[in-house]
Write a protein that binds this ligand. Structure first.
Ligand code: ZN
Length: 407
């Protein structure tokens, strides 16, 4: 964007300069000598050195590299020690880029060693006189890009076929995690997406944020628009509702929390200390148990310890489970909505009295759902609505302009 503005400014300036000239005055032809453009990188003029650009090889250490370029061992040792405050040289890893700038003389001793831990940062070891170690950053330019596709198999595969980084699939799946079940997307579903892409020196270094997207799933449009209110970014639909859904705090409308999530508790039946990776809510047998969020039933079974239980996968991040039911009302493969009754309270399995043991997984590990800090799922606040509508209109027109790829 900044570059774009620069181009326009430059153009305007050129036009204004041109129009100031008096067209009737004839000018003598002037020989144009191309101006010398030094090769600048890391803030250094590379033309003054012999430049070696290379990649750290497996089992290659700083000492191996610098010794080859006539840096004495004592100097390397000092460099490694002094570097600690800026960068620990033990972190130099194979596969990373480095540059050595050597003096243009008969010895060709290294004067600079520049290590690049990633595409953005670099560390300069200036060994010209006294040792100076500094950190630098390359300029990251964020461009707005767009992509589209029609689903043939998975979203990931569709993006890959369209030569778009499949990382975008992960970002999109996150945006729509609560509205679209990506395990159920079908052939013919399609999407258009406007997103950020980050560049360093003209090379893409990765996907940034998804800004807006229209996902057509089973012939229904799902629109997502990124919007920041009170410094918190979130995704909203065209009606200014959050795309996120909050979980119900408890699977029972009325129930009493009798045993919380703990890594150590005395088990009333087994009579020994063991972690309790769930939250128990006691209620009379037969009390309805609700799904705490929309999702897919991935287990509905009976086991010795769990008794009758149901397990629901909500999206790629969250899964919940409900134990000790007297009755189960959910079948594997069934889609449930938040508050749907999936069973009734009982004391089947290893239980002393009627209760539901509610278990919660985040990214595959069991957590205490009461301690989870869920982002807000409220709609856009009235005071931000005007700004939201402007943003939405802008994004909608950008998304509409994307031509749908049907490859
Ligand atoms: Zn329990």
């Amino acid at each position: 964007m900044i570059n774009h503005i620069k181009t326009i400014l430059f153009f305007l300036l050129a036009v204004s300069l041109f129009s100031c000239e008096n067209p009737t005055v004839e000018k003598e032809p002037v020989e144009i000598i191309p101006e010398y453009e030094p090769t600048m990188e890391y803030g250094l003029n590379l033309d003054s050195f012999i430049v070696h650009k290379n990649i750290i090889k497996p089992n290659e250490f700083l000492a191996n590299i610098l010794l080859k370029h006539h840096v004495p061992y004592s100097e390397i040792d000092r460099l490694a020690k002094e570097s600690v405050r800026v960068f620990d040289v033990r972190k130099i890893a194979s596969g990373k880029n480095y540059t050595i700038l050597c003096k243009k003389d008969s010895i060709e001793k290294a004067e600079y060693f520049i290590y690049e831990p990633n595409a953005i940062d670099y560390i300069i070891y200036d060994m010209c006189d006294s040792l100076i170690i500094t950190k630098g950053k390359r300029e990251v330019i964020t461009k707005i890009n767009s992509a589209s596709g029609t689903i043939k198999s998975s979203l990931y595969q569709t993006l890959d076929d369209a030569n778009v980084s499949p990382v975008l699939a992960i970002e999109m799946a996150d945006v729509f995690a609560w509205t679209i079940d990506f395990y159920r997307i079908q052939k013919g579903d399609w999407f258009k997406v406007v997103y950020e892409e980050k560049f360093v020196e003209g090379k893409s270094i990765g996907i940034g944020k998804v800004l807006a997207s229209n996902f057509n799933h089973y012939n229904k449009d799902f629109f997502a628009c990124r919007f920041i209110q009170d410094s918190i970014p979130d995704y909203f639909d065209a009606e200014a509702n959050s795309l996120r859904r909050a979980f119900l705090k408890s699977p029972l409308k009325f129930g009493r929390l009798t045993s919380g999530f703990t890594m150590r508790r005395f088990h009333p039946v087994q009579k020994r200390n063991k972690p309790h990776l769930g939250t128990d809510y006691a209620a009379p047998t037969g009390t309805p148990i609700m799904a705490t969020g929309d999702g897919l039933v991935i287990a509905s079974a009976y086991s010795k310890y769990n008794g009758n239980y149901v397990k629901i996968k909500h999206n790629s991040t969250y899964t919940t489970q409900y134990l000790h039911m007297s009755k189960r009302f959910a079948k594997v493969g069934q889609h449930v909505s938040q508050s749907d009754i999936i069973g009734k309270v009982g004391s089947t399995g290893l239980a002393t009295g009627p209760h539901v043991c509610y278990r919660f997984w985040k990214n595959g590990s069991q957590t205490n759902h009461l301690k989870e800090d869920f982002p807000p799922s409220e709609p856009v606040k009235p005071k931000h609505l005007k700004r939201f509508k402007t943003k939405l209109k802008e994004y909608k027109s950008q998304v509409d302009q994307i031509k749908l790829k049907t490859i």
